[in-house]
Design a protein around this ligand. Structure first.
Ligand SMILES: Nc1ncnc2c1ncn2[C@@H]1O[C@H](COP(=O)(O)OP(=O)(O)OP(=O)(O)O)[C@@H](O)[C@H]1O
Length: 264
């Protein structure tokens, strides 16, 4: 599914939280959004789902304006996992993941074997099979996060929007989540804090004070100079010979006053 956002904006009182953001994301692309705390990443993701009232601009899903789609039509196309999302405490994990099928069910198409298969696949993909009968309140933070992702995967959307999906996850589950996401044949937009994880995205957008200040391939946008200017840290690019990739090591300005990529 193709996503196009045109001049998105959102203000709260006098504060402009998201300021005139336009972007286009191709079908099947994994697009990461990075930026410092409070730069507007979560708000931009909410704008992309049409969840925020009083928004300006327009979002198009495959050329259909979001505002012309019913809630059900949007739910069949877009799954959103919010930061610190929560759900009813009495639910079991399987029930929570089955909720992902809701947009596809009706009186004429009740929950059936195909829905059960899709839910089982989502539970396997997120390593939750051993927890299917556990109640929500007994889960750890990382297990809850994986259950939210499983629910979104079971929804079989064309567009998956994830707000800091690796939060709470141990390193094994972080890597398997990113692997899962990159293998899904859906368009993915996700906010990330870990710039090394962001390097794996097809393209990245950088948010700063509500504006999209850079957009392009990770190598184009995550330059040491830009990281220093926006994130206020020095970065040393390192090389991993195992898969011939670049990764970053970060240094506080105070600890590296004469860092070669200093912008001050
Ligand atoms: N409803 C609101 N009313 C007032 N200010 C808001 C509201 N929602 C968000 N903000 C402010 O807008 C800014 C952007 O918030 P947002 O949550 O989008 O940032 P973020 O980039 O996702 O941050 P973080 O990395 O900390 O999760 C913040 O300064 C936040 O305090």
């Amino acid at each position: 599914m193709k996503l196009r956002a045109q001049s998105l904006g959102w203000t709260s009182g006098r504060k402009t939280v998201v300021d005139d953001v336009s972007l286009e994301i191709g079908s099947g692309e994994t697009f990461g959004i990075v930026g410092p705390n409070g730069s507007g990443k979560s708000t931009l993701l909410r704008l992309l789902t049409g969840l925020l009232p009083r928004a300006s601009g327009q979002v198009y899903l495959d050329d259909s304006p979001l505002t012309q789609l019913s809630r059900r039509a949007i739910a069949q196309r877009v799954a959103f996992v919010e930061q610190m999302a929560d759900t009813t405490e009495a639910l079991r994990v399987r029930d929570a993941v089955e909720l992902g099928r809701t947009p596809w069910l009706s009186a004429l198409a009740p929950f059936g074997p195909e829905d059960r298969r899709i839910v089982n696949d989502a539970l396997v993909a997120t390593d939750l099979v051993h927890l299917t009968d556990r109640t929500w309140s007994t889960l750890s933070g990382g297990e809850r996060q994986r259950a939210h992702i499983a629910r979104a995967v079971a929804q079989q959307p064309g567009l998956l929007i994830l707000d800091e999906p690796t939060n709470h996850l141990d390193i094994h589950h972080q890597l398997s989540l990113l692997r899962l996401v990159s293998r899904l044949s859906v368009t993915v937009v996700m906010a990330l804090h870990d710039l090394n994880q962001a390097l794996r995205c097809d393209r990245l957008g950088i948010m700063e004070q509500g504006r999209l200040v850079a957009c392009g391939s990770p190598a184009q946008v995550l330059t040491p100079q830009r990281i220093a200017a926006i994130f206020r840290v020095h970065v040393t690019p390192l090389h991993d010979p195992l898969d011939n990739t670049t990764l970053f090591r970060f240094h506080a300005f105070e600890d590296t006053p004469r860092h070669p990529f200093s912008v001050r």
